[in-house]
Design a protein around this ligand. Sequence first.
Ligand code: TXD
Length: 313
Amino acid sequence: MSHTMNTTRKKIALIGAGNIGGALAYLALYKELGDVVLFDVVEGVPQGKALDLSHCTPVFQGSVSIKGTNSYEDIKGADVCIVTAGIARKPGMSRDDLLKTNADIMKSVAKGIKEYAPKSFVIVVSNPLDAMVTLCQRETGLPANMVVGMAGVLDSARYRAFLAEEIGVSPSSVNAMVLGGHGDTMVPVRSHTTVNGIPVSKFIKADRLTEIEKRVRGAGGEVVALLKTGSAFCSPAASALEMAESYLKDQKKVLPAAAKLNGEYGYKDLYIGVPVQIGAGGIEKIIEIDLTDAEKKELNVSAEAVKELVTLL
Ligand code: TXD
């Protein structure tokens, strides 16, 4: 389906057709969120994955299309761009180790988005996340409310999954947020963590919660150590797609995400993970919640770590 034809279907551009990009495409088609364009610089990979995925739509009883491409022209008019372009960690690497390589890649991606999809809502996934989303917004010049980083949804999902397993309840009953930078300084906000409104402290003792929160901070590395050849990709894809869906369907979900602060939480011109409302206006609101003194301190440490990383861009 060429997008020059009349269609009310949304267009989702996936910049990066690697592990996460492929999973994103699969999920987007399964949920029929829109027509998908899968972009990568490696010839054959986006086309091959798209061809395979196009054979899923009859089974999914779907009507949306997918195209693989090495040309930015094909992302023209995209409603959403999800950026996973860049190298992933190998065992022993920190997210920050990816900075130089992925910054150069992000500059080329930003050029393509600026030229062909300047009205899109851009969800950055590439690591180091907080630096990459900062660079993407700077290089595209898109308004800050239209460029967001995906990390908090994933980190919070990890926290929720570990807590649900510990307590023996459905993960869907556990509400939690992880804020701050996407790294070792991330902040699981225990004071706002509940099981269907019941404080988590009613179920798990403080010292055990501390152990679980430590595991959350290391969960990405735990997957990398087990996989050995790359990092997590199913849960990042599901997390980024929840954000894209909230934009495309104007769901106005309140989600933790890396947003550019303009004084909120005492920070200005800094991208870090905070609660945001995502709807048709992109990041429609940045929500300031009460934090304990300890959480405020942790958020400050995280913000300083992100600030330091961004100076290296
Ligand atoms: O929560 C989060 N934000 C993180 C993000 C969770 C997990 C993984 N995180 C990061 O996402 C990871 O550290 C990487 O930086 C990205 C993508 O991870 P993925 O696992 O998808 O990496 P792959 O499989 O290596 O795919 C990256 C693709 C690959 O196909 C390259 O050919 C492509 O990026 N690539 C490019 N695409 C477009 N343009 C350029 N210049 C380019 N260079 C490489």
